[in-house]
Write a protein that binds this ligand. Structure first.
Ligand SMILES: NC(=O)c1ccc[n+]([C@@H]2O[C@H](COP(=O)([O-])OP(=O)(O)OC[C@H]3O[C@@H](n4cnc5c(N)ncnc54)[C@H](O)[C@@H]3O)[C@@H](O)[C@H]2O)c1
Length: 247
């Protein structure tokens, strides 16, 4: 088992990629704190893990709110005494062409996708540094390279890349790695909200000619969180079926 006895906090783990990651980590022996802003989602996933014989707790928090993040981390510390692995997965979209994008849409996306990653990293990195071991996996996106209708989302995900590279530099000497995963189109509820016709157009552009499954992204999270990935830091790993290769 790749993550035996590790304590992992996974944000936005009540659905999609985060849920697949929580389940995979539990199968790999980790104790999993399943975070979501929607308490019922976190509870459902944590209960599913427990029913499968794994170890998990649900920790409700909006990652965009410092006080909620800090209390969620305190809850994990009370339960298991540390956080070894943080997967900053929580993310939202509020798509609109620039001229129609509201300040609220901009602020919401930046707050969850970028500030949320900062707040969670800030809450756990000092402990990782003290113990001399840690893994932070952030979530970028192919959208970081630019996508029509997603100025807010692209900016947030490009910001995640800058955050990742900087934290990697700040923590490399303490046995802590910080990397980002940049998924392409992945079959989750986030993508299910996209109309069929648009989805078909997306698939037509992917060299692998299919969407990613959440389990494939979870497998990459698992590797980056493992002991074996200890010399990989500050990297952005695209998991996109070849989408960005030719651009
Ligand atoms: N699905 C894709 O095609 C795709 C592609 C590239 C990147 N991503 C990124 O992967 C991550 C997961 O995406 P997904 O498709 O699994 O999404 P999803 O919508 O299926 O799940 C996201 C979960 O995050 C939770 N969440 C939202 N705001 C939150 C907050 N403020 N605090 C805590 N939890 C919150 C939601 O309740 C939900 O359960 C996101 O960061 C997303 O940007 C997804």
């Amino acid at each position: 088992m790749r993550l035996a006895e590790r304590v992992a906090l996974i944000t936005g783990a009540g659905s999609g990629i985060g849920e697949a990651t929580a389940r995979r980590f539990a199968r790999e022996g980790a104790r999993v704190a399943v975070n979501d802003a929607e308490a019922s989602r976190a509870k459902r996933v944590a209960e599913g893990i427990l029913a499968d014989g794994g170890r998990a707790i649900a920790v409700e928090a909006d990652v965009a709110r410092a006080a909620e993040v800090d209390s969620a981390v305190r809850r994990v510390l009370e339960e298991w005494g540390r956080v070894d692995v943080l997967v900053n997965n929580a993310g939202i979209t509020r798509d609109a062409m620039l001229a129609k994008m509201t300040e609220e849409q901009w602020d919401e996306v930046l707050a969850v996708n970028l500030k949320g990653a900062f707040l969670c990293a800030r809450a756990v990195l000092p402990g990782m540094r003290e113990r001399g071991w840690g893994r932070v996996v952030n979530t970028a996106s192919v959208g970081a390279l630019g996508n029509i209708g997603q100025a807010n989302y692209a900016a947030s995900k490009a910001g995640v890349i800058g955050l990742t590279r900087t934290l990697a530099l700040e923590y490399a000497r303490y046995g802590v790695t910080v990397n980002a995963v940049a998924p392409g189109a992945t079959l989750t509820p986030m993508l299910a909200a996209v109309p069929d016709q648009v989805r078909e157009k997306i698939v037509a552009r992917i060299p692998a000619a299919r969407l990613a499954s959440p389990d494939e992204v979870a497998a990459l999270h698992c590797f980056l969180a493992s002991e074996e990935a200890g010399y990989i830091t500050g990297q952005v790993i695209f998991i996109d079926g070849g989408l960005t290769v030719g651009i």
